[in-house]
Write a protein that binds this ligand. Structure first.
Ligand code: SF4
Ligand code: SF4
Length: 309
C-alpha cells in the first residue's frame, strides 16, 4: 500500500517539476549525527552556529512521535535578474537561485496533504539540513562548492523536507559522495573570490563565503568589501562556472526594475513599512521583503562598485 501511495505522490509531484524520495524515519538521527560530525570537524563562531546550525538539533519525537518517514522533495529554481535605476544608469544585478520562494512550497505541501489524507496519513514540517538530507536520500550529490546538485536542476534547486506517518521500507542511506563531474575539476575553487572552496573536499569554509556576509547585517571586513560581487544577495561565482550548471545559466527570470525614485528610497534606508505599496509588492515578489534590512547596504555597495566610489 505504502509503495502505491509513494508512486502516486512521486508521479504527481513530477508533473509540477518536483523530484521526490522517501526514506525511513530511522535515518533521521543518523542524518543529525553525520551533520554534527561535520560541524564538529570544523571551527565555527557561536554566531555562525546560531544562525545556520542550531535549528537542526531538534528531537523529532517531540514534534511528531508517530513519524515513520522523511519525504525529501526538490524543486527547480532560476536566476532572477533585476535592475535599479540610479544616476541615469541601470545597475544590473541578480538574485541567485534558492532565494526566491513563491508558490512552489505551498503547491508541494497541498499536493502531499491531498494525497496522504486520502489514506489517513499526514505530513509535518521539520528542520533537517536540506542539502545533506537530499544527498543522503540519493536525490542529489555534493559539488565541491558544498552545493547540492540534482540531475536536470544542477545547483539551481531548493529541497523541502517533511516528516510523514506513511510507513516505508528500510533502506540504507546513500553515500555522501562528490558528483562525478567534480573529480577532475577545480573551476569553482579557482573562481571563488574569497578562496572559500578547497580543491579536495565538498566542505567549504562558510565563514569566508560572501553569502554569510551579504545575507546578514554584520559590519563588513575590508577583505569582504574588496571582493564584493554583482549579486544583490548571495553569490554566483562558484555556480556560474560549474559545468553541471552550463545548460541552466540562460534560464533567467527577468523581473521588473526599480525606478530612480524607488532606488533612492531604498538607498535612504527607508523603513519597509514606509515604502510605497508598489515597492513593497515588488520586493515581496523577489522574497526580499523578509530580508529587507540588508537591502539598502547591499544596494549601496553595488552603486559604489558601479560608480567606482
Ligand atoms: S565547478 Fe567543477 S568542482 Fe566545482 S562543483 Fe562544479 S563540477 Fe564540481
Ligand atoms: S558562493 Fe561565492 S564566496 Fe561562497 S563559496 Fe561560492 S564562490 Fe565562494
Amino acid at each position: 500500500m505504502s509503495e502505491k501511495i509513494y508512486r502516486q505522490i512521486s508521479a504527481n509531484l513530477l508533473n509540477i517539476g518536483v523530484k521526490t524520495t522517501l526514506i525511513s524515519i530511522s535515518n533521521l538521527t543518523k542524518i543529525q549525527k553525520i551533520f554534527t560530525e561535520i560541524i564538529n570537524s570544523r571551527t565555527y563562531s557561536q554566531e555562525f552556529y546560531d544562525i545556520y546550525f542550531k535549528i537542526f538539533q531538534k528531537d523529532y519525537r517531540k514534534v511528531f512521535p508517530d513519524a515513520k518517514s522523511i519525504i525529501v522533495t526538490v524543486y527547480p529554481q532560476q536566476i532572477t535578474e533585476l535592475y535599479f535605476s540610479y544616476n541615469g544608469a541601470d545597475i544590473r544585478t541578480v538574485i541567485p537561485p534558492t532565494y526566491i520562494h513563491k508558490d512552489e512550497e505551498v503547491n508541494i505541501e497541498n499536493l502531499l496533504n491531498k494525497i496522504l489524507s486520502n489514506y489517513g496519513y499526514c505530513i509535518k514540517n521539520f528542520p533537517l539540513p536540506e542539502k545533506l538530507t537530499t544527498v543522503l536520500s540519493g536525490l542529489g550529490k555534493y559539488g565541491k562548492n558544498n552545493l547540492c546538485y540534482v540531475d536536470g536542476m544542477g545547483s539551481f534547486n531548493t529541497p523541502i523536507i517533511y516528516l510523514s506517518d506513511l510507513p516505508v521500507e528500510e533502506k540504507p542511506l546513500s553515500e555522501m559522495s562528490l558528483a562525478e563531474s567534480c573529480k577532475n575539476c577545480i573551476r569553482c575553487t579557482n573562481n571563488c573570490p574569497t578562496k572559500a572552496i578547497p580543491e579536495d573536499s565538498f566542505l567549504i569554509n562558510p565563514q569566508r563565503c560572501i553569502t554569510y556576509f551579504n545575507e546578514n547585517e554584520f559590519e563588513l571586513p575590508e577583505w569582504v568589501l574588496m571582493n564584493w560581487q554583482d549579486t544583490i544577495i548571495g553569490c554566483m561565482c562558484c555556480q556560474e562556472v560549474c559545468p553541471m550548471n552550463a545548460k541552466l545559466l540562460k534560464n533567467i527570470n527577468e523581473c521588473a526594475g526599480f525606478s530612480e525614485a524607488e532606488t533612492e528610497l531604498i538607498l535612504k534606508n527607508t523603513e519597509f513599512k514606509n515604502l510605497p505599496e508598489s515597492v513593497k509588492i515588488k520586493l515581496a515578489d523577489l522574497s526580499m521583503d523578509k530580508q529587507y534590512e540588508i537591502l539598502p547596504r547591499n544596494l549601496q555597495l553595488l552603486v559604489n562598485k558601479k560608480f567606482n566610489k
